[in-house]
Design a protein around this ligand. Structure first.
Ligand SMILES: [Zn+2]
Length: 293
């Protein structure tokens, strides 16, 4: 699943292309990828213009000029392809669809704009989704309303972060950071990296983390996300940016997918263990598990 930096990379790319586009038609190849029928979508979107693109956690939000919103969640294998006479841009799960004829067998939804350009939503494994919501539905949309802190916003202060973690004070820090209701947008890669930076073992219970380390963790989350966006997201999860270039964050990863390699800080071998049901990479020397007794 793409994490915050990958979705933000897609948003930054689409932001250059989609605003001003006027909706004309939709072809639905897999009805379950959308929350409404073709008739409903055309009735409400015909001649509607795209105003802009937002992101909340891992969710991409397209703002329309009639107070409707198109929400896109790429989940595991979602992919967005934009195509007009001269350009073709792909973002998301990379496979031959980036270069093959569109639509192809993974295409679930095709949106056609009045200038002839098209936006394809492809999704091999069909876990992704698009939802069209009017403003009332949007305001009441539970998935969106239950999302936690947005870690790259200025409101993500240390005090707010600490308060939020305290909601699950008896849980392991890894499971809390992965909880989208606590902080939105973090996944396995960025949690492992942030914990390494702050020298915290992923199994550490929140209440056992000293304040000084918690402060470093807060800063680490922000810096690792920003750095990854600057690098165009993580290639390892197979996400491409809007120009079809692979993100290069994983080249700079310190622990993620580096099992058996040496910690750049202390030279110990990086290990992989299971925490909160997820494969977790860490340096056993830098990130010691201190148990209370
Ligand atoms: Zn180390």
């Amino acid at each position: 699943m793409p994490e915050l930096p990958e979705v933000e990379t897609i948003r930054l790319g689409l932001k250059e292309i989609l605003p001003g586009k006027v909706f004309k038609d939709v072809i639905i190849y897999w009805p379950k990828s959308l929350n409404y029928s073709k008739e409903y979508i055309i009735k409400n979107l015909y001649k509607t213009k795209i105003l802009g693109l937002k992101r909340r956690g891992k969710l991409l939000i397209i703002d329309l000029d009639n107070q409707y919103f198109l929400l896109i969640h790429l989940k595991m294998t979602g992919q967005i392809i934009y195509k007009d006479k001269n350009f073709r841009f792909g973002a998301g799960h990379p496979n031959d669809s980036f270069i093959s004829k569109m639509p192809d067998k993974s295409t679930r939804v095709e949106i056609i704009f009045d200038d002839g350009s098209k936006l394809y939503f492809n999704d091999q494994r069909k876990f992704g989704w698009i939802k069209l919501l009017n403003i009332e539905e949007y305001k009441k949309f539970n998935f969106l309303n239950s999302l936690g802190l947005e870690p790259l916003e200025s409101s993500f202060s240390f005090e707010v972060f600490k308060k939020r973690l305290n909601l699950r004070i008896k849980s392991s820090i890894k499971s809390v950071l992965l909880d989208q209701k606590i902080i939105a947008g973090l996944g396995n890669i960025y949690v492992d990296e942030s914990l390494w930076m702050a020298k915290i073992h992923p199994k550490t219970i929140v209440k056992d983390i000293p304040l000084s380390k918690l402060k470093i963790l807060h800063q680490s989350i922000i810096s690792v996300l920003r750095f990854s966006i600057d690098q165009g997201g993580a290639s390892d999860r197979n996400y491409l940016n809007i120009k079809g270039e692979k993100g290069s964050f994983t080249k700079f990863a310190q622990v993620y997918k580096r099992k058996g390699l040496l910690c750049s800080r202390c030279g110990h071998q990086i290990i992989k263990i299971k925490v909160a049901g997820r494969g977790s990479h860490l340096c056993p020397n830098c990130q010691k598990l201190k148990t209370n007794r």
